[in-house]
Write a protein that binds this ligand. Sequence first.
Ligand SMILES: Cc1cc2nc3c(=O)[nH]c(=O)nc-3n(C[C@H](O)[C@H](O)[C@H](O)COP(=O)(O)O)c2cc1C
Length: 186
Amino acid sequence: MNEIIENIKNRRNTKNFENKDVLDEDIKTILDAGTWAPNHRDTQPWRFVVIKKNDSIREKIIDGIIDLKEKDSGNNQTDEQITSIKNSVMTKPVLIFVYSLIDDNPIISEENYGAVCCAIQNISLAATSIGLATGWSTGKISQINNLDKLFELEENLKIVGVLTVGFPKSQPSKKRKNVEDVTKWI
Ligand SMILES: Cc1cc2nc3c(=O)[nH]c(=O)nc-3n(C[C@H](O)[C@H](O)[C@H](O)COP(=O)(O)O)c2cc1C
């Protein structure tokens, strides 16, 4: 199998990471790979916010997740639940919030979203190729209110996902349907 196809098949969405720092250089390398994704009309619609492990902004992210969960459930989070959210956010090696530019024309916004998804795949494949792994989340961490203000983002942006990047500790095994089952040849 050639290297690219092997890399595509070896990439796994990862949640379990080693407690090991990721080099800024490696983050720059994989984000650069992201920016080589296809994009229509040269909009280059990807925007990234990188949050390293010990940055105090993580406290605000924790508060935002607690807030969302309390609004969703109508109940205060228990001490145990709060500890679990704190552990989950604090132990993630590097967080990359990935955004897509919203355009006045909804067709362009949709193209931009597609391009940013391609960028995320490039980032994930580049990470895999240098021994890192990524986990893509569209869960609570990506839904926190007023994140754009917290990050001082000035453009009109849609969040596409939050990537956790780090050295994988364990990875799930995944299966895919046979290509024959999802393809019609005419
Ligand atoms: C748009 C999108 C959103 C996703 N959001 C989440 C998420 O919120 N939580 C999660 O655990 N995985 C999320 N994933 C990862 C998928 O669950 C994962 O890709 C799938 O289980 C297949 O596994 P694989 O990527 O290792 O092949 C998301 C993937 C995509 C494409």
